[in-house]
Design a protein around this ligand. Structure first.
Ligand SMILES: C[S@@+](CC[C@H](N)C(=O)[O-])C[C@H]1O[C@@H](n2cnc3c(N)ncnc32)[C@H](O)[C@@H]1O
Length: 371
């Protein structure tokens, strides 16, 4: 017997509906308290909050998602988190192939059985893995109701990854989608939006109520389409991501006050020294034991700057002057990052780089978009 496919009145989370789709049942949903989860797990499929298992059960919305995605009969669709296959079945009707990445073995079994029952198994490849740790095969577009807890790294993986694709239709937490859709000058313009929109266009499609899912999540959702830009800006991605992390750390501060912060000056001084081929701290040779002081203090994490001797050094004040000089001579000192366009931000980054100021710590490779 396939997990969870019992008589409708006994089943947790999944039923066989009249239209022969396995859909989660509102009536049979049991709460996610640890106690209930333990007790009920042996009886059937339990939907795990930690894996974002909220099944979309409204056929009208499922159809709309496929329609708006403009799936062609020649397409290979990547679906992330197929769950029990409510969306997958519709994608299989519209596309040539579906590649589904699902972390939960129980879901994989249910999906495989369901698809085989309809004789569609030749069109489906299931990858049972964590999507964030999987290399994707070639695909034309993404259509998915994703687990919301991995929204940011997943969007990063798609838009900054190596796979070329036409579009990604994603059901996201409403608040996350609003942040993604924000524009320069909007009060909620943020690092996520600035990074994604550098390389992709984002279109709002519709809001979807939490009531359309089983079990209902605490938050509403929104459907968006992300389309990678055909022509992408010629910029070092890691440098851009590090630059926006600095600028949007406190997006409402002026750039002038942001780049006067001692901690920021020292951090950038060291990144820039490393990037320029020098060892960390070499630019600060004038301050005696600076190298070892910084290296030791760095291990103490947050407070390392405060303990280092370099705050009063010639090198750090010269570097600060250089930072502020770039801002003031180009009219950026009083500007706030949240009001700047992509063109202005790219220009500012290239001015910094030309002045030998770099943002990316070459000892790490960050890929997050908004933390
Ligand atoms: C919101 S549910 C969507 C289920 C189905 N697509 C639907 O709309 O009814 C998210 C699905 O993603 C799966 N999932 C969670 N984390 C994952 C990960 N890191 N990699 C792959 N799948 C994951 C869950 O097991 C779950 O089946």
């Amino acid at each position: 017997m396939i997990l969870g496919l019992k008589k409708q009145t006994q089943t947790l989370g999944i039923v066989k509906s009249a239209s022969s789709y396995y859909l989660a049942s509102r009536r049979n949903y049991h709460s996610w308290s640890g106690q209930v989860e333990k007790k009920k797990e042996q009886d059937g499929l339990f939907l795990h909050k930690s894996k974002g298992q909220h099944l979309l059960t409204n056929n009208r919305i499922l159809d709309a998602i496929v329609r708006i995605s403009d799936v062609r009969p020649t397409d290979t669709v990547l679906e992330i988190g197929p769950g029990t296959g409510n969306l997958t079945m519709k994608l299989l009707e519209a596309a040539q192939n579906v590649v589904a990445v699902e972390i939960d073995k129980r879901m994989v079994e249910i999906l495989g059985k369901r698809v085989a029952d309809h004789g569609l198994e030749d069109k489906l490849t299931i990858i049972q893995k964590d999507v964030l740790k999987t290399d994707f095969p070639q695909f034309d577009l993404v259509v998915a109701n994703i687990p919301y807890n991995i929204s940011s790294p997943l969007v990063a993986k798609l838009v900054y990854g190596s796979n070329a694709f036409r579009s990604a239709t994603l059901l996201l937490q409403k608040e996350f989608s609003r942040r993604l859709l924000a524009n320069p000058g909007d009060s909620d313009f943020n690092r996520l939006a600035v990074n994604v929109k550098l390389v992709a266009d984002v279109q709002f499609v519709m809001d979807v109520s939490k009531r359309e899912f089983v079990p209902p999540p605490k938050v509403d959702s929104s459907l968006v389409i992300i389309r990678p830009k055909e022509v992408k800006p010629d910029v070092d991605v890691q440098e851009w991501l590090a630059f926006t992390r600095t600028c949007f750390g406190n997006k409402n501060k002026t750039l002038g006050s942001m780049f006067r912060q001692k901690k920021k000056v020292i951090e950038l001084l060291n990144f820039s020294a490393g990037r320029n081929g020098a060892k960390v701290g070499v630019m600060n040779q004038k301050c005696g034991n600076f190298d070892s002081e910084v290296e030791e203090a760095k291990d103490e994490d947050e407070d390392w700057i405060n303990h280092s001797l370099c705050l009063d050094t010639d090198a750090s004040s010269m570097f600060k002057e250089r930072l502020i000089g770039v801002l003031s001579s180009n009219g950026f000192q009083e500007k706030r990052p949240s009001k700047l366009s992509h063109g202005e931000l790219l220009h500012l980054l290239s001015l910094f780089n030309q002045a030998g100021i770099f943002f990316h710590d070459i000892t790490s490779l960050p890929m997050d978009l908004h933390e």
